[in-house]
Write a protein that binds this ligand. Structure first.
Ligand SMILES: NC(=O)c1ccc[n+]([C@@H]2O[C@H](COP(=O)([O-])OP(=O)(O)OC[C@H]3O[C@@H](n4cnc5c(N)ncnc54)[C@H](OP(=O)(O)O)[C@@H]3O)[C@@H](O)[C@H]2O)c1
Length: 259
């Protein structure tokens, strides 16, 4: 029996990952802000698969939230075998026109809470010489992202952190996987207020279900960088050999506001 703690499990990719893990007959800890959605999912999955599902409602952008989640899990005597740092959001606009509070919250969630949860759960995984971590980055991790500058930068961080830690713990029975999805249908587009972006029509969207299935398989195999979809893999490869300024201006064209 393996327990997965999944952040951002109330919607999109995180919710689909929870369904896949539950279907293996394994237990879950679901984390997000929306307690009602988490409780509904917990009732559905525990009823359907006869598994234990715990809900920890938390705003992970708050400074002490990761530690509070960790303490709650410890109090419940739950061993986390798989840590899935999936919660995250973006914001579509010129940096100088964005609200600082939203950028700060994004950095706190996408970077600080992901790092803190990893830092909290990793030592006991090292002690057990077993564990898996799945960190959700993005194809935005491979290129500068005008109009989503802070978001893109947070995902560069997630990719770099994951690859570095994967190297550190490779001989300790632990794997760290960075998932780098491209456009995926979920609550993301509304949260990022990107309905006016050309991104909505320029991109072929994957389903959260297919991305989660690929992500789960990649985590189980211990793949270090998991990029779902041929075009996304190709893009990640091509940008390495293309002048940075050109990559940045193509990225801008892809997301610019529809005229
Ligand atoms: N969709 C895409 O096109 C795409 C592409 C590349 C990467 N990604 C990444 O995929 C991950 C999952 O996003 P998604 O596409 O599934 O979007 P989503 O449907 O909006 O899901 C985001 C999840 O994060 C949770 N969350 C947001 N703010 C939170 C906070 N302060 N504290 C705790 N939980 C919070 C949300 O739950 P609550 O609102 O209940 O808190 C929700 O469960 C994100 O890291 C995103 O950056 C998405």
């Amino acid at each position: 029996m393996k327990t997965a703690l999944i952040t951002g499990a109330s919607s999109g990719i995180g919710m689909e990952l929870a369904k896949i893990h539950a279907a293996q007959g394994d237990s879950l800890v679901l984390v997000a802000r929306n307690a009602q959605k988490l409780n509904e999912l917990a009732t559905e999955l525990s009823g359907k698969h006869k598994i234990r599902v715990d809900v920890v409602a938390a705003d992970l952008a708050l400074e002490n939230a990761a530690r509070d989640v960790y303490n709650t899990v410890k109090q419940k005597n739950i061993q986390v075998d798989y840590l899935v740092n999936n919660a995250g959001f973006g914001d579509f606009n010129f940096l100088h026109e964005t609200k600082w509070e939203k950028q700060a919250m994004m950095i706190d969630l996408n970077i600080r809470s992901l790092t803190h949860l990893t830092h909290l759960f990793l030592p006991e995984m090292v002690q057990r010489r077993s564990g898996k971590i799945l960190n959700v980055a993005s194809t935005a991790a491979f290129l500068p992202c005008p109009m989503m500058a802070v978001y893109g930068a947070t995902k560069h961080y997630v990719l770099a952190l994951s690859e570095a830690v994967a190297n550190e713990v490779a001989d300790k029975g632990i794997t760290v996987t960075a998932l780098c999805p491209g456009a995926t249908t979920s609550g993301f587009q509304d949260a990022a207020e990107m309905r006016e972006s050309g991104f909505m029509t320029n991109q072929k969207f994957a389903t959260a279900q297919s991305v989660a299935a690929y992500a789960y398989k990649s985590m189980m195999r211990g793949k270090r960088v998991a990029i779902p979809g041929f075009i996304n893999k190709l893009t990640a490869g091509i940008v390495r050999f293309t002048p940075r300024k050109m990559v940045t201006s193509i990225a801008r064209k892809l997301v610019d506001r529809k005229k």
